[in-house]
Design a protein around this ligand. Structure first.
Ligand code: 3PG
Length: 311
């Protein structure tokens, strides 16, 4: 891991940086497309538990086909691997469904502004559960993150409590997911791509019974008919697009997590949200008050300060 230990030749180091830069740009672009289709689908078909399940199912299927056709090598796993993966999958499932429920209730931009507060959750979890302590500047950097998110939340024109709580729960769950994932990937021969594939499959098994219990086939059938009559037969392609892009952006993000620290990952993730916020405001023409935008800007700036303070 050249970037982490810094003992390789300069050429190799800059090659590694270019590779990570390409991963980041791809991750962000795929994520923007996912967010747009996901919201288009949720606007016409407000069943986030099913759409979350379909995203995982699509990714699992894509990876199974890649392994069977040998487009990708199947990972060699043992029982121990799946046991260690279980808590990661629980956190991934909760974080995923909570974010999707949030986006079904509020503007995509609002969910992502709240999700830009993830570093604050990371410090909270590391301090409370892992007993870590941080220098004072790290704690101070949380003030603009929390303050900015709070300002954006209270000035949000279409505030909704479920939307807000969904994004907050997703933050908490994803901090656990990232900490456990990095531990689970350390020293293992499973690549980032295959690790995420196994994670999708396990999350799919966890989520399916809950999705059936919370929403269920009857609601889905009626909702689907309604969506198709509103949008037309193209609706199915929107669902396919949100599912495929969900898998692809996550796969690329895990390919980067394999190469970088969880801190760099979470900062990259927050920067990703800038492109999502801007793109979704333009495409969905969400009304934004200047004070609302200011809150988002302060929160994101706080993340920059946090990353500097933590280093
Ligand atoms: C999801 O559905 O999992 C969320 O949209 C993901 O949010 P992320 O931007 O943190 O990956």
């Amino acid at each position: 891991r050249p970037i982490e230990i810094g003992i390789d030749a300069p050429d190799e180091q800059s090659g590694q940086k270019v590779k990570i830069g390409i991963y980041f740009a791809t991750w962000w672009a795929l994520n923007v497309v996912f967010n747009i289709y996901n919201k288009k689908v949720l606007n016409a078909f407000p069943y986030p538990w099913l759409t979350s399940t379909l995203s995982l199912a699509c990714g699992s299927l894509m990876m199974l086909v890649s392994w069977v056709t040998r487009v990708a090598d199947a990972p060699k796993t043992d029982l121990d691997f799946w046991k260690t993966l279980f808590p990661v999958a629980v956190a991934h499932t909760i974080g995923h469904v909570a974010a999707t429920v949030s986006m079904s209730k509020v503007a995509v931009s609002f969910t992502h502004i709240i999700k830009s507060g993830e570093p604050a959750f990371s410090v909270l979890v590391s301090s409370l559960f892992l007993g870590e302590t941080f220098p004072l500047p790290v704690y101070l950097s949380l003030l603009p993150i929390i303050g900015g998110c709070a300002l954006a939340a209270v000035t949000e024109l279409n505030f909704n409590m479920i939307g807000f709580m969904g994004a907050m729960i997703s933050n908490l769950a994803f901090v656990f997911r990232n900490i456990f994932s990095k531990k689970g990937m350390k020293g293992k021969s499973v690549s980032g791509m295959n690790y995420y594939a196994c994670l999708s499959m396990m999350s799919l098994l966890i989520l399916t019974p809950f999705a059936i219990a919370v929403e269920g086939p009857q609601m889905w059938a009626a909702g689907w008919q309604n969506a198709v009559s509103q949008i037309g037969p193209n609706f199915v392609w929107w669902v396919v697009a949100q599912s495929v892009f969900y898998h692809l952006y996550n796969q690329v993000s895990y390919m980067s997590l394999d190469q970088i620290s969880p801190l760099t990952f979470s900062v990259g993730n927050t920067m990703k949200r800038i492109s999502v916020i801007v793109a979704s405001i333009i495409i969905f023409q969400n009304p934004v008050k200047p004070v609302n935008a200011l809150g988002a800007a302060i929160a994101i700036l706080g993340t920059f300060i946090y990353s500097q303070a933590k280093q």
